[in-house]
Design a protein. Structure first.
Lengths: 179, 505
């Protein structure tokens, strides 16, 4: 328990499925970025090397490529673990929730923070498989509490919906200010 | 003394006290719920605190930071699932005690040891303050550069067995902070012609993506489960008596917490691990460790709770964060134009003492709160994990969007959320990216400002503190090589790999 790793284990690491895919992706990213060094950074004549705008990107990407290559070697010399592509599929499945999040961010400026948040929470709660009335009511109440806390009480800078423009004068101002 | 009074005066405001109270109790609840750590909560609340006074915002975040480990001990003891990553060793002895029907004894020992560690850490911080105020001004640009470089080395080498991955991710973090318009030469770096990249990649957006959104994605892609902790019964004062019988272990463990908390990149886990090892080696009943030893429980809890106060030392004195949570707090200082570092002790000493006193108060509030409300916590933590994921997603939006009202930030945060999910599932560390970003930025700025005084590379280390820091870097590398050789000669096979599990963070 008290000593975790050995020198051999440093390269033949305890890994999880999908490690080698990540290792390849990381190395490809580092090498691609490094290949863009001349295009994407400038060199100022007459300045010292360490003051060049290119210096730190070069150091960091060089270091990243070096470590990524060693990480990949570590993965390649280790025993293959079953379930690599099933793991990658899980990563892809996470994209669904990233899209949910972005859609929520896109919709809130139109429908307003209150409707957007309560609607988003109820829909995602349903999507996650919760069907009981208790869960749905709890979800709606918590969403409402979040809106009241951050928008109404703390006045955190969150978008007021364009939809509020269609409301009658007094109510419109109230909704624009508090919800 | 007058500084201490000025600090107390700063705290004597209803908004500061409210922030402290919300932060402390909120931190306990957040720490107690497996699946949400202090990093998630601080990341979400960070932009909301920007509109508050520095002392109010910092007190709230400090409250969450300092109290989450108290809460994290509850599920570690009761259901063998650490509430936060740093409570991992707590479950080693806490859960066997629960199985033996001694749950109340285990949680009360954990609270008492946490309190001991927390107060010990703050007292060390207060006693060290005059030394810090004396030493900090000796840190010029080159010293801060070398300290940040040491931090990078330490954060990489602290991830034993994952050094290549940690190195890769730290370098990635350093690269991320270079993206955008270079503030000195006004040239674009890795913007690929996109205007939104000209202002750079915001640290808060990355933090929210890597810690909060990734945790939401992680919980949403996993099968649903509900932590089920049974209520505890019995006198909670039993832990205080037990702690007093084991003062030596508690004090040494807290000392480990203070020393390792001060060193960037090492933090709670290493402190907990070393004090646990010490407690086992010096115990009269070492065979009990892992089977419900009160000494083991005291060692791990006293050590991890001493860290938050100690972690404030490099942050306040040098402006160098040692781990992800203090890196996040650094941005609160910057937003309010209070620059932590040598000047802070000269210009804002009342704020420094205010923070010390806030730390003491939060420990008292949390300790008293927990003595009476452990069973309430066991009910609160029964949140289904997928439902928790939905809530984290909604709260993350508050954090990301309120920062600059930018949809692009939401997209960048979502992308980092997916990256964070991949890292968590692969059990790779996230912290090196954040520290790479923060320390990389410090290194670039400080190296540039040190340059006019450097005629040769050796001038970099021609001052006493710079030379000592340079020797420390060499020492850290040498010690690592020595450890590698020792392990090569005597390989250890019984490694507990899951103990570094990043899924809890």
């Amino acid at each position: 328990m008290l000593r975790f790793q050995t020198l051999q284990q440093m390269f033949q690491r305890y890994r999880r499925p999908g490690d080698i895919v990540f290792a390849w992706l990381a190395l490809a990213f580092a090498v691609f970025m490094l290949s863009q060094l001349w295009d994407q950074t400038a060199w100022r004549n007459g300045q010292k090397l360490i003051a060049q705008p290119r210096f730190w990107p070069a150091v960091s990407l060089g270091g990243m490529a070096f470590f990524a290559a060693l990480h990949l070697i570590g993965s390649m010399v280790s025993e293959r673990i079953e379930g690599r592509w099933r793991e990658v599929l899980t990563w892809v499945r996470a994209l669904e929730f990233a899209i949910w999040f972005i859609l929520y961010a896109v919709l809130v400026p139109f429908v307003g923070y209150l409707i957007g948040t309560v609607g988003f929470v109820i829909l995602l709660t349903l999507r996650m498989g919760y069907r009981s009335r208790l869960m749905l009511i709890s979800a709606a109440l918590i969403a409402f509490a979040i809106v009241v806390l951050f928008r109404t009480l703390l006045h955190v800078s969150l978008p007021a919906g364009q939809i509020y423009e269609a409301l009658p004068d007094g109510l419109r101002q109230f909704m624009l200010t508090y919800f | 003394m007058e500084n201490l009074l000025a600090g107390a005066e700063m705290l004597m405001r209803w908004d500061v006290m409210l922030a402290l109270f919300i932060g402390s109790i909120g931190g306990v609840v957040i720490g107690a719920i497996p699946g949400v750590g202090p990093a998630v909560a601080i990341a979400i609340l960070l932009p909301a605190t920007f509109s508050l006074d520095p002392i109010v915002g910092l007190t709230m975040l400090l409250g969450i930071y300092g109290s989450s480990m108290y809460g994290g001990a509850i599920p570690a003891v009761l259901i063998n699932t650490p509430g936060t990553a740093v409570n991992a060793l707590t479950s080693y002895d806490g859960f066997p005690m629960t199985k033996k029907g001694e749950a109340h004894r285990a949680v009360s020992i954990a609270y008492s040891a946490s309190f001991w560690g927390g107060i010990f850490g703050i007292l060390c911080l207060i006693l060290l303050s005059p030394v810090l105020a004396w030493v900090a001004p000796m840190f010029g640009s080159r010293e801060i550069f070398l300290a940040a470089l040491l931090g990078i080395f330490l954060v990489i080498l602290a991830h034993r067995g994952q050094i290549m991955a940690a190195g890769m991710l730290a370098m990635f973090g350093i690269f991320l902070q270079t993206v955008g318009l270079d503030a000195v030469t006004y040239t674009q770096r890795y913007t690929f012609g996109f205007s939104f990249l000209s202002s750079g990649i915001n640290l808060i957006v990355v933090v929210l993506g890597l810690f909060a959104l990734s945790q939401a994605f992680f919980l949403l892609t996993k099968p649903d489960s509900t932590p089920d902790a049974k209520p505890v019964s019995g006198r909670m004062s039993v832990g205080i008596k037990e702690l007093l019988r084991n003062k030596r272990v508690a004090t040494v463990a807290a000392s480990f917490g203070v020393i390792l908390g001060m060193i960037p990149g090492t933090g709670e886990f290493t402190a907990q691990f070393m004090s646990y090892t010490y407690a086992q080696k010096t115990s009269k009943t070492p065979e009990l460790f892992g089977n419900g030893s009160p000494e083991g429980l005291i060692a791990s809890e006293a050590a991890n709770n001493a860290v938050p106060a100690a972690a404030m030392i490099p942050l306040l004195a040098l402006g160098i964060p040692g781990e992800a949570l203090t890196a996040m707090m650094l941005s609160v200082f910057y937003v309010h134009n209070v620059i932590p570092g040598p000047q802070l002790f000269q210009n804002n000493i009342d704020l420094v003492y205010g923070l010390y006193l806030a730390l003491i108060l939060l420990n008292v509030i949390v300790f008293v709160f927990l003595l009476f409300s452990t069973n309430l916590m066991t009910k609160i933590i029964r949140v289904p994990t997928r439902f928790l994921g939905v809530m984290i997603l909604v709260l993350s939006f508050v954090g990301v969007y309120s920062l600059r009202n930018s949809l692009t930030d939401c997209m960048i945060a979502a992308a980092f959320g997916v990256l964070g999910l991949i890292l968590k599932r692969l059990n790779l560390p996230i912290v090196p990216i954040i520290l790479g970003m923060v320390l990389g930025g410090i290194m670039e700025v400080k190296l540039r400002s040190a340059m006019p005084r450097l005629k040769t590379p050796l001038d970099m280390i021609d001052r006493p503190i710079a030379f000592i820091l340079f020797l420390m870097i060499l020492l850290v590398i040498a010690m690592h090589i020595r450890t590698l050789f020792r392990e090569y000669r005597a390989p250890a096979t019984n490694a507990d790999h899951d103990i570094h599990d990043t899924q809890q963070r």
